[in-house]
Design a protein around this ligand. Structure first.
Ligand code: PLP
Length: 380
């Protein structure tokens, strides 16, 4: 069967066909070499491999799978999600203009504010889940990049990618989408009009909380792509072969993990929605979510594994609940097979995050166990 025709489950289970033909092993080998041989004629033995900062086989294998999963033309893996984001924004010229969704992952906003100030780049922050607001930001002037994150972390807002892509075109910008909280299994932003999609592969794509990484995936014909690739090689921001190998292994079960995590999230969200000690549940899978219909159209097969809740009362009540949880690990990050919980106000006290907000990342455990844990933690 032609690999291009494979369903994501097949492509991933077989690691995109990566095996070790020299030993007959059914898993691909790691090649940790930083440098590669030339023959007596001074030609490289393998023209694809000169020096590992440019590229390496394991990184290529992982990139090929990610490209196919997102329906893109090319992918570049970086040593973290933030390194991937920084590589994209470093293409914006001094004095340029970028439009960035407000209320997204705080690490992105924090770095962008600082970077744009240093480069005299105008950074317009706007609630991109409101298409009219995004339009107004674009009408005000030309821009290089429109950056959205959907679902957003931790507000769980949904951006209409097709509409955002039209708006971005109107001001001469490319649309780049942080789709970390959706995963390539649930949503493919390039097919909806985005030019570049980004994932922190640290999260659900690797899925085992043991690899830091990020990826940019582009459709064909994106002008800045060659610059990003050249900059990665020359400035040295490539993922290492060990991480790429672990990523290849982690990705093999992505569709299975996503399926279970979305089921767990849906059941947990419904349980919390009915709980008297919870004032609000933000989860795109609930019909009460303001963008539920859009989420159902844009995320096929599940509405993700992230839930934010407002605990009845204030900061102390939220901290009491989080302190009582026994199964959920109190830790930052998301998308691992183990469920995590975080009091976001502790991390970003100046961004308007409610003090009683807890963000849950649902793992692959048994949903009854997770709900029992929440039940005892929420008891008065
Ligand atoms: N994008 C989102 C939505 C995230 O949640 C994170 C990290 O939490 C990042 C990007 C940054 O990724 P990394 O931690 O791999 O640098």
């Amino acid at each position: 069967m032609d690999q291009k025709e494979m369903h994501p489950e097949t492509l991933l289970a077989q690691a995109g066909g990566a095996v070790d033909l020299s030993s007959g092993g059914v898993v691909p080998p790691i090649q940790p070499a930083t440098t590669f041989l030339r023959g007596s004629d001074n030609e490289p033995l393998n023209p694809n491999n000169i020096y590992a900062r440019d590229h390496s086989d394991t990184v290529r294998q992982a990139e090929a799978i990610l490209t196919q999963l997102e329906g893109g033309a090319s992918s570049l893996l970086f040593p973290s999600g933030m390194a991937a984001i920084a590589a994209l924004f470093r293409t914006v010229p001094t004095g340029g203009r970028v439009i960035v969704q407000s209320g997204i992952y705080w690490g992105t906003t924090r770095w962008l504010r600082d970077f744009c100030t240093r480069r005299q780049i105008v950074m317009v922050e706007v609630d991109a889940s409101d298409v009219a607001a995004l339009e107004s930001a674009c009408v005000a002037g030309m821009a290089q990049i429109v950056w959205v994150e959907t679902p957003s972390n931790p507000w769980l807002k949904i951006v209409d990618i097709a509409a955002a892509s039209e708006v971005a075109k109107s001001c001469g910008a490319i649309l780049a989408v942080d789709s970390t909280a959706a995963s390539p299994v649930l949503s493919n932003p390039l097919s909806l009009g985005a030019d570049i999609v980004m994932h922190s592969v640290t999260k659900v794509i690797n899925g085992h909380s043991d690899v830091l990484g990020g990826v940019l995936i582009a459709k064909s014909g994106v002008d800045i792509w060659e610059d990003i690739a050249a900059d990665r090689a020359t400035a040295g921001a490539i993922m290492g072969p060990f991480e790429a190998w672990l990523l290849l292994r982690g990705m093999r079960t992505l569709p299975l993990r996503i399926e279970r995590m979305c089921e767990n999230a849906m059941r947990t969200a419904k349980f919390l929605d009915d709980h008297p000690q919870v004032d609000a549940v933000w989860y795109p899978g609930l019909s009460s979510h303001p963008s539920h219909d859009l989420a159902m159209r844009q995320m096929i097969g599940g509405q993700g594994f992230l839930i934010s809740i407002l605990v009845r009362g204030g900061r102390e009540d939220a901290l009491r609940v989080i302190g009582r949880l026994k199964l959920f690990h109190r830790a930052t990050s998301l998308g691992g097979i183990e469920s995590l919980v975080e009091h976001r106000h502790t991390i970003e006290p100046h961004t308007g995050i409610p003090e009683n907000l807890l963000r849950l990342s649902l793992g692959t455990e048994n949903a009854n166990d997770l709900i029992s844990d929440l039940t005892q933690a929420l008891e008065q």
